[in-house]
Design a protein around this ligand. Structure first.
Ligand SMILES: C[S@@+](CC[C@H](N)C(=O)[O-])C[C@H]1O[C@@H](n2cnc3c(N)ncnc32)[C@H](O)[C@@H]1O
Length: 209
């Protein structure tokens, strides 16, 4: 099954699944780290059903929500049916459907460990940032819970923070910071009962161009 097929299949259940994985603290910290300002444009990459977008809308930003899965974006549209400030776009990590230097912020929550090439996905998110635009990524620290590949279609078993910093630098970001978000992503394996509790990092950087 492809990653797209997996997310198409879980689209209707994603909100319930996500609530069990991690808390709203992830969104609060992501938005405060970026110091988002009302009226600006933000991209939510790998938006899913709009966990990050929800906070952005509340803060008065315009949102471009990108995901590979039409089915999951359809669920997001149902949820935000009365919101006119979201532009939904189906697209892939390596070729985001957003012009160069278009957004003030790019967010990606729990997206990077699903993409084929994390460094290329980061470069592509930097491409869409305006000069001085900010990239904020929240994702899993490196872990050893192999069942997540099988059961949740994860491609990468989290990341070393040093790698994230290196990829941010190579993509041309400055003022890079990376830290623990202070909460974990938790889930139980459906076979065998193995329980995963994985640290979540928050990485941010500013576009130098
Ligand atoms: C774990 S979910 C996270 C969704 C959302 N950001 C959240 O926090 O609830 C990962 C999302 O990234 C999308 N995704 C995974 N790989 C992708 C790719 N290569 N290109 C575009 N979207 C992708 C999936 O379809 C899915 O909706």
């Amino acid at each position: 099954m492809s990653s797209k097929d997996y997310f198409d299949r879980v689209a209707q259940d994603w909100d319930d699944m996500r609530e069990n994985f991690f808390s709203d603290e992830v969104r609060v910290t992501a938005l405060s780290t970026a110091a988002v300002q009302k009226g600006k444009i933000a991209a939510d990459i790998g938006a899913g059903t709009g966990f990050i977008s929800e906070g952005l809308i509340r803060a008065g930003l315009q949102v471009i929500a990108v995901d590979q899965s039409e089915a999951i974006l359809k669920e997001m549209k149902k949820k935000f049916a009365d919101v006119e400030t979201i532009d939904y776009r189906v697209g892939q990590a390596q070729n985001l459907p957003i012009s160069d230097a278009m957004v003030d912020y790019a967010f990606a929550n729990m997206y990077l460990h699903h993409v084929e090439s994390p460094p290329k996905a980061i470069e592509e998110m930097v491409r869409i940032l305006k000069p001085e635009g900010k990239l904020v990524i929240t994702d899993l620290d490196e872990h050893e819970f192999d069942f997540l590949r099988e059961e949740h279609h994860d491609r990468w078993m989290g990341f070393k923070r040093a790698d994230i910093v290196e990829w941010f630098q190579s993509a041309g970001l400055r003022e890079i910071s990376i830290d623990s978000i202070g909460t974990c992503c938790e889930t139980q394996s459906s076979c065998g009962g193995e329980f995963a509790s994985i640290g979540i990092f928050i990485a941010s950087g500013t576009n130098a161009d």
